[in-house]
Design a protein around this ligand. Structure first.
Ligand SMILES: Cc1cc2nc3c(=O)[nH]c(=O)nc-3n(C[C@H](O)[C@H](O)[C@H](O)COP(=O)(O)O)c2cc1C
Length: 329
């Protein structure tokens, strides 16, 4: 019997399995993305990990040398004082012939206007039903909905996936990817039952053989429990879920005491977070990880992980769930 799960997402995006590897700053590089593509899932090169649009074009070319299968690019629009040259990054993506882009971080109007006429499919990631509806109205092809569990930016509504995903499924007509808290077959089957067309995983893919970060960080994720994350920047209404360590706890404490962003700027510097991945010391800075680390206990090759999730999902549907129906009399 086949273990292939067909959904609107796999059909419309031309991907074998309904599994996405979302954009990950410093992690979404060619090695990981190519492994995800080879496994039949959809990987995203993270545009802003590359210092310039030219570097992004080179990273896309490097990924193509490792796989013939399709992959996408994540372009995250961040609230910054000196924004990166987004239009030039978009141009590099379009000129590289990328067919799928994951947008995130803000209203995707500008992105849709640039990508859609160039024939690029847009998967917009957001954290609320109202933002998802807005994105649908703007013409995106699908949305990823990040629940409160997720690593990175969960928004300010604090609605977990168990409510957010079926709420989105009730309101939207385009395909939905459930995101935040997914790591295994149980999550995938649950997401499909809630009305999603696939799942997006960040922390789980970060903790794989091909993920280009230090092994000590992967070991830390595999050992950590679901309790070991912090929500930083809450008082600034720019919440981010990150791994709990001495730095993130200090940031939380200082902001709770009324400190301003400037007072924690040095602690949260992106360069410090990057050192965590490069040097393998989880205490060096702020780095993203989700509650789902409580479900992660190993560091498998990506191919093995995707095969395991899809096979066990099929077994779960045919076996335990099918069995619940009993025998008709
Ligand atoms: C290390 C790391 C870096 C991330 N960086 C980004 C990013 O740059 N842009 C983005 O849209 N999402 C980013 N995310 C969020 C993921 O794409 C995804 O939405 C999230 O990890 C899903 O939650 P999960 O970790 O529970 O699977 C990041 C997540 C992680 C773990």
């Amino acid at each position: 019997m086949s273990n292939v799960l067909r959904t609107r997402f796999t059909e419309e995006f031309g991907v074998e399995h309904p599994i996405v590897q979302g954009g990950m700053q410093w992690v979404g590089r060619a090695e990981l993305v190519a492994a995800v593509a080879e496994a039949g899932a959809l990987g995203m090169i993270t545009a802003l990990t590359q210092p310039t649009p030219e570097d992004l074009a080179r990273e896309i070319a490097r990924c193509r040398e490792m796989t013939d299968k399709p992959f996408g690019v994540n372009l995250t629009i961040l609230p910054t004082i000196t924004p990166p040259p987004y239009a030039e990054y978009r141009q590099a993506i379009i000129e590289s012939g990328i067919g799928i882009v994951e947008t995130a971080g803000s209203n995707p109007a500008e992105q849709v206007a640039a990508f859609k006429p160039a024939g690029v499919r847009v998967l917009h990631k957001c954290t609320s039903v109202r933002h998802a509806l807005k994105a649908q109205q703007l013409g995106v092809d699908a949305v990823s909905i990040d629940g409160f569990e997720c690593a990175g930016h969960p928004g300010e509504d604090d609605i977990p996936g168990l409510v957010l995903i079926p709420r989105a499924a009730d309101e939207l007509s385009i395909p939905i990817i459930a995101s935040g808290g997914f790591a295994d077959a149980r999550g995938l089957v649950a997401a499909l039952a809630l009305g999603a067309d696939g799942i997006n995983m960040g922390t789980r893919f970060m903790c794989t053989t091909e993920s280009p970060i230090h092994d000590a960080v992967k070991k830390r994720i595999a050992e950590a429990s679901e309790l070991e994350t912090e929500l930083i920047f809450r008082p600034l209404r720019n919440t981010a879920r990150v791994a709990s360590n001495s730095v993130s706890r200090e940031v939380v404490a200082k902001l709770a005491d009324g400190a301003a962003f400037d007072d924690v700027r040095e602690l949260v510097a992106g360069a410090r977070g990057r050192q965590v991945y490069e040097q393998g010391d989880p205490e060096l800075g702020i780095w993203s990880a989700g509650m789902v680390q409580g479900l992660i206990t190993d560091v498998p090759p990506v191919g093995e992980l995707v095969e395991r999730i899809v096979r066990e999902a099929a077994e779960l549907i045919r076996g335990r769930l099918g069995g619940l129906l009993g025998v008709a009399d």
